[in-house]
Write a protein that binds this ligand. Structure first.
Ligand code: G3P
Ligand code: MG
Length: 257
């Protein structure tokens, strides 16, 4: 068993976690996508957080604006006010066209009203890992009600995760990786993390058994195909991040939601 420095017990997310809200059904990382995840019966959502130029945490996945908005350039080159004028729903039909990039505070307010559990994935620019983690944890501390499950905080960037762990040791922290590294136990210990979030396509039954056999929750991204979900759950994966829970409904029927 890996010793856990975090104080909170591992939350039961249920088998399905909405990915960027429900990214296949509504514009990713928008309030509409978070609300739809809840309406579809999901109890937990994952979303990505990075900073505007003037230091405000917003929900956004990419480093750049082009794929998901009508803006150009890097998120970090724009102040919050400019980001809030962009259309983050342009790839979707009405009513989603015109959706805005939400601030972390706006998203937390909505999710708290909906009673959802949250996985905050920190996506810092390399030079702003500490600032991103500190600012996001400050926002969580002031906006997230204690009555809801403690947030899960994850990041591909070890420094950001370490800063978040120090700032909010009562939260759950997850090592976010592509493939599970051989030294995953050492990395968990070093970061005070208590769960592993890994690329579903890089997992094996042996690796899954190694992690969950140590009592460490293992959650896999991004899973939209029932066959893959079924295989992962048969290996012992605890939960999967999905862009669309519909096709997976039959796989998780009967599991605790
Ligand atoms: O946090 C799980 C998953 O979202 C990580 O990958 O690129 O979709 O943020 P990405
Ligand atoms: Mg993510």
């Amino acid at each position: 068993m890996v010793s856990a420095q975090a104080t909170a017990a591992a939350p039961d997310t249920g088998p399905l976690i909405g990915h960027r809200g429900v990214a296949a059904l509504a514009p990713e990382n928008t309030l509409a996508s978070l609300a739809l995840a809840s309406a579809l019966g999901l109890g937990w959502v994952e979303f990505d957080v990075r900073l505007s130029r003037d230091g405000h945490p917003v929900l956004f996945h990419d480093d750049r604006l082009e794929r998901t908005t009508d803006g150009r350039g890097r998120v970090a080159e724009h102040d919050l006010a400019a980001l809030q004028r962009l259309d983050a729903g342009r790839r979707f039909p009405p009513p989603y066209r015109g959706e805005r990039i939400p601030t972390l505070a706006e998203a937390l307010q909505l999710l708290a009203e909906l009673g959802l559990g949250i996985n905050v994935e920190l996506k810092p620019d390399p030079a702003r890992e500490t600032e991103t983690a500190r600012t996001a944890m400050q926002t969580l501390a002031s906006c997230w009600p204690e009555s809801l499950p403690v947030p899960i905080v994850s990041s591909f960037r070890p420094r950001a995760l370490a800063v978040a762990q120090r700032a909010a040791p009562g939260y759950q922290h997850a090592l976010l990786v592509d493939g599970v590294p051989r030294d995953w136990r050492r990395r968990l210990e070093a970061l005070g993390a208590t769960a592993v979030h890994a690329n579903a396509r890089r997992l094996s039954s042996r690796l899954t058994a190694e992690v969950v056999g140590d009592g460490v929750p293992l959650r896999a991204y991004t899973v939209n195909a029932p066959g893959l979900a079924r295989r992962l759950f048969s290996w012992g994966v605890d939960a999967v991040f999905t862009d669309d829970p519909g096709p997976l409904a039959g796989v998780v029927a009967g599991r605790v939601a």
